[in-house]
Each structure stands twice: as C-alpha cells, then as structure tokens.
Design a protein around this ligand. Structure first.
Ligand SMILES: Cc1ncc(COP(=O)(O)O)c(C=O)c1O
Length: 289
C-alpha cells in the first residue's frame, strides 16, 4: 500500500481494522452499512466511486457473514450486487475485495450451506482480485493459536503470482511462520474422515446453541422494544445508543459487561448462557443512555 491508498470499510466495523489498516501506510474511509434493516448498496457505491476518483483504485474490506459487531449477513442478492459492482469497476481500475470470513462457520444451518456463497464469485469476468481471510480461532475454537489462511483468487494468473509473492514476503517479514499446533489440527481433520465428521457435528451443536441464545435475546428484545442493528447470526448483537461509555458503566453496576462502541454497545450472546439471557434485554433497555 501507498500513503494515498484508502481501504473502504463500513461505518460499523470491528475496531481492530483501524489498527490493521493503520500499520500499513494506507488510511480508511467508511460508508453507511445500513439503510433501514438492509445493506446500504447505494451508500456503498457512492463511497466506492469517491475512493476510485481520489485514488484510481479500490480496496474494499467486507466482513461477512455474521459481521462483527452487528451479526448481519449479506443476502444472496446483496453479495451478488456487491461483486457485480466491483467486477464492473475492475474492468477499468485495479480493484481488490478483502473478504473476511472469520465467522463463516456460525452462519446458516449447515457446513455446506455456508460455503455456497463462494459460488457468486464465479460470475467475475474482470481482473478483480479477491483475498479471502480465514481465521482458525472461531471455526476450530483455537483462539490465540494464530492459525488462519489468506486465499487469493482472480481470473488473472499474473496477479495471483504477485499476490502470492507479496503475501509470503509480508508474512515472513512481520509475524514469520504460524505455530504448528493449528496446522496439525487442520491436517488431522483433513486426513481422518471420522474425526472430521465428529468435528462437523460438534460445530453444528455449537452453532445451534448460539442460534438458540440469539433467538432468546431477540424475542425478549422485541417484546420490550429494545432497538438493535439488524442481526442475522453470529457472536454479537449490537444496540445503538447515544452514550455508550455511560451505558457500559451503568450496566457494570448490575454485573453486566458489554463492549462500548461508537454510538452503540455490543452484547456477546456467544459468551452467555440461555439462563443469563432471561430478562437481559429489559435490563439493558432500562440502562440505555
Ligand atoms: C471481524 C474479525 N475478523 C478477523 C478476526 C481475526 O481473528 P484471529 O486474529 O483470532 O484470527 C476477528 C477476531 O475477533 C474478527 O472479529
């Protein structure tokens, strides 16, 4: 990246993106993520055009499905429209889509369905480069073991050669090599069918538990009229509010710990039991500031 490069991210995003982008020479710009309870396609296109006009290129970073922090997942049509738009722009400009799938395995109802969304990428006709970021932390429950993958694809083989060379160079010159434990886990699952099936069943059970918790929270939240950003699936539910720090402090007095964000608080349904969810939306609503 150059100093003038701009990475386009939504206005509601995982705050670490700011640090990640900040340690390259690039900066970031945002578009409004939602229009009502849907992805704001026109807001996205408007900002993308702005970035293209300013820099002559476009780098888009999307966290989908089960976005952190809102739990939003793009619909099939929304994802198709974003890809189609980037494909058109990539016919005349360099365009990269960084597709962060950290929470892929907590979306939909089964392992196969989550992966269907990759079929939309087959429609790409241009030299659009897609860089898929996979994190082993969530899928395999191995937080901190620093396992993951960066998978690049494009119709242009030369771009992929360059992507591969630069990624390798960047990796070796920053964090070097990943630890062997997550690699062993992935190899063991790949080589042992029984183990893999057991793992997929475990993942299914965990996903269902998460969905049950989110459902319980959403039902109660709707009953008490607690407004949330449109949640589909995933670890977190995000509630807009005017004074997140004050709300966070106030909830702490009730032993309820949320993450204050910009104009919102984030509740981790992934980290609380069904029992703990009972009555929680009502308490949150009463403490919102
Ligand atoms: C949106 C998003 N992307 C990527 C990651 C990366 O996770 P890790 O560093 O554990 O692989 C996280 C982790 O919280 C995340 O929330």
């Amino acid at each position: 990246t150059n100093e003038d490069d701009i990475v386009l991210i939504p206005d509601i995003h995982w705050s670490n993106y700011q640090a990640i982008i900040g340690q390259t020479k690039a900066t970031y710009d945002t578009y409004p993520l939602f229009e009502g309870d849907h992805f704001n396609l026109s807001g996205f296109k408007e900002k993308a055009l702005d970035v293209l006009n300013k820099t002559g290129k476009l780098v888009v970073l999307l966290n989908d499905p089960s976005q952190n922090p809102t739990g939003y997942s793009l619909s099939k049509t929304e994802l198709q429209s974003i890809i189609a738009y980037l494909d058109v722009q990539a016919k005349s400009h360099p365009v990269i889509l960084i597709y962060d799938i950290a929470y892929l395995d907590y979306a939909d109802t089964d392992y196969g369905l989550t992966r269907n969304r990759f079929e939309h990428f087959l429609a790409i006709e241009s030299d659009l480069l897609v860089a898929v970021c996979f994190s082993a932390s969530k899928t395999f429950g191995v937080y901190g073991l620093r396992g993951g993958a960066l998978i690049g694809f494009s119709r242009n083989g030369l771009l992929i050669e360059e992507f591969s060379r630069i990624s390798l160079y960047k990796a070796r010159s920053t964090w070097s090599c990943p630890p062997t434990t997550p690699i062993h886990i992935m190899n063991a699952l790949d080589q042992d069918e029984t183990l893999r099936m057991t793992f997929i069943e475990e993942l299914k059970a965990v996903r269902s538990l998460l969905q049950a918790r989110a459902h319980a929270f959403l039902v109660e939240a709707n009953e008490v009229g607690l407004k949330m950003y449109p949640y589909k699936e995933g670890f977190f539910i995000t509630i807009p509010c005017q004074h997140p720090q004050k709300t966070y402090q106030s909830l702490m007095t009730k032993d309820i710990f949320v993450i204050p964000l910009s104009n919102a608080i984030r509740v981790a349904v992934a980290a609380i039991s069904l029992k703990e969810i009972e009555g929680l939306p009502e308490i949150i609503k009463a403490h919102l500031q």
